[in-house]
Each structure stands twice: as C-alpha cells, then as structure tokens.
Design a protein around this ligand. Structure first.
Ligand SMILES: Nc1ncnc2c1ncn2[C@@H]1O[C@H](COP(=O)(O)OP(=O)(O)OP(=O)(O)O)[C@@H](O)[C@H]1O
Length: 223
C-alpha cells in the first residue's frame, strides 16, 4: 500500500527533511505518524501524494513505483488517495453537496451517480440532510466531516490525514478518529499525521515517529 525503502528528501535550498526512511504500511492498516515540528511529517505525506519527489531511495504507493510515474499520470494516482487537512480546504462559496461532489465531477460521473454517492458519503459522516447548507453555516467539527466526506466519496483505498483534529476539542477529535476507524474496518488503509499524543495513546494503532527526518525504531516497524 505504502512502501518506503531508504527514502531521503533534501529540498532545493539544501534543507534535509527525510533521512533514510524505510517503512511499510500494509493494505488495510491504520497508523499514526508523529514527531516534533519540522520532523518531516508533511514531507512524508507530500512524497506519498507526489507533491514532492524523493531525493534518494524508492517508494511504492498503491502498487505504483513512484520513480516510474510521469507527471501526467499523477492526477490518476491521486484519485486513489483521499486527503484530509486540518483546515479542510472547503470551497466556502459552494454548498456542502458541491464540495463533496467535486472529486466525482472531476472523474466524470453521471449526475444520478453523483447524487447517490454524495448522499452515501454524507450519511457515513453523520451529515445526511445538510447537502444544501453552506459550509459557513456548520460548526468546525461538521466542516471537518464535510472534508472527510469529500475525501472518501470516490472510495479510495488509502486515506491520508494531516492534523485532522488540530482545531477540534478532545470529544470531537475522538469522534473523528472513530470515523476513520469505520473506514478502516471497511478495508481502507489510513495514515494520520498528528501532534496529539493524548489521542494516539487512547488508540491501539501503530505509531510511526519521526525525529529530525529519521524514523525511530524503523527496524521493528518494517514488515
Ligand atoms: N518546500 C520546502 N522548502 C524547503 N524546506 C522545506 C520545505 N518544506 C519543508 N521544509 C523543511 O523540511 C523540514 C521538514 O518539514 P515538514 O514540513 O515536513 O515537517 P513537519 O513534521 O510536517 O512539521 P510541522 O509539524 O511543523 O508541520 C523542516 O526543516 C522544514 O523547514
């Protein structure tokens, strides 16, 4: 699903972000990614979504050897990855329906299929009936759920979340985590980058810890 072999990333200004990272997230696995500010968490997610390319080493995402992926193939690769952000990146001048429908519109689904799938996704995140609302009319937790519905509406095999609970109180954070668990129970692989060690401690999942670009305990983590 996600396999890194001795991956390093040095940005063009010479900033070393990842150093010799080897890790394997199996199909159907859910894991946390943590580490101090600047440890390399966002860089690791950017390599998975091919926003950035590795400087050394090899990586495979959903079976694709990223070194072989040409720029025009990247949008197709990203369709199989649901991305969830701390600030959810919603289009505030569009309805909830339009926001969630966006990935399906881009993929060219029929109108009927889009309606069905958007309703299903909103149902899963507990927002059924809010299709016509503007995101601004929703609470922070509900807005985050719209972002999650958009990420899962085309049923990607892999979900990546970058600080998904950063703006939420502990109860809402736990609710969001439980939501990820339901997707994981249905077979989706999930990788969640977070600073929230309290949240991690309450869950039973594997934790990948980065420190200054290195993965701690990488030997035990390799499968
Ligand atoms: N586009 C970039 N150009 C140059 N250096 C960068 C770039 N993006 C990140 N870095 C550097 O790479 C290192 C890792 O950054 P990264 O954003 O991956 O860390 P992070 O663990 O996600 O941090 P945070 O928790 O603060 O978001 C940092 O030293 C950062 O300054």
């Amino acid at each position: 699903m996600i396999r890194f072999e001795q991956v390093s990333k040095v940005y063009s200004g010479g900033q070393k972000a990842l150093n010799d990272v080897s890790v394997h997230l199996q199909k159907g696995e859910m894991a946390f990614l943590t580490g101090h500010s600047g440890a390399g968490k966002s860089t690791l997610l950017k390599l998975i979504t091919v926003i950035e390319r590795a400087s050394a080493g090899r990586l495979w995402i959903n079976g694709h050897d990223i070194a072989q992926v040409k720029p025009k193939q990247i949008p197709y690769l990203r369709r199989d990855i649901g991305m969830i952000f701390q600030n959810h990146h919603l289009l505030m001048d569009k309805t909830v329906f339009d926001n969630v429908a966006l990935p399906l519109v881009i993929e060219g689904f029929s109108h009927g299929e889009i309606r069905k799938r958007v309703a299903g996704a909103l149902d899963m995140v507990g927002l059924y009936g809010k299709e016509k609302h503007a995101p601004i009319m929703l609470s922070g937790g509900e807005q985050q759920r719209v972002g999650i519905a958009r990420a899962i509406v085309n049923k990607p095999p892999l979900l990546l979340a970058d600080e998904p609970t950063g703006n939420l109180d502990p109860k809402l954070s736990m609710d969001i985590l439980r939501l990820f668990e339901t997707f994981n129970d249905a077979g989706t692989s999930v990788l969640i980058a977070t600073h929230d060690l309290g949240l991690i401690a309450r869950m039973k999942y594997r934790t990948l810890t980065l420190k200054q670009g290195r993965l701690l305990g990488a030997q035990e983590l390799q499968l």
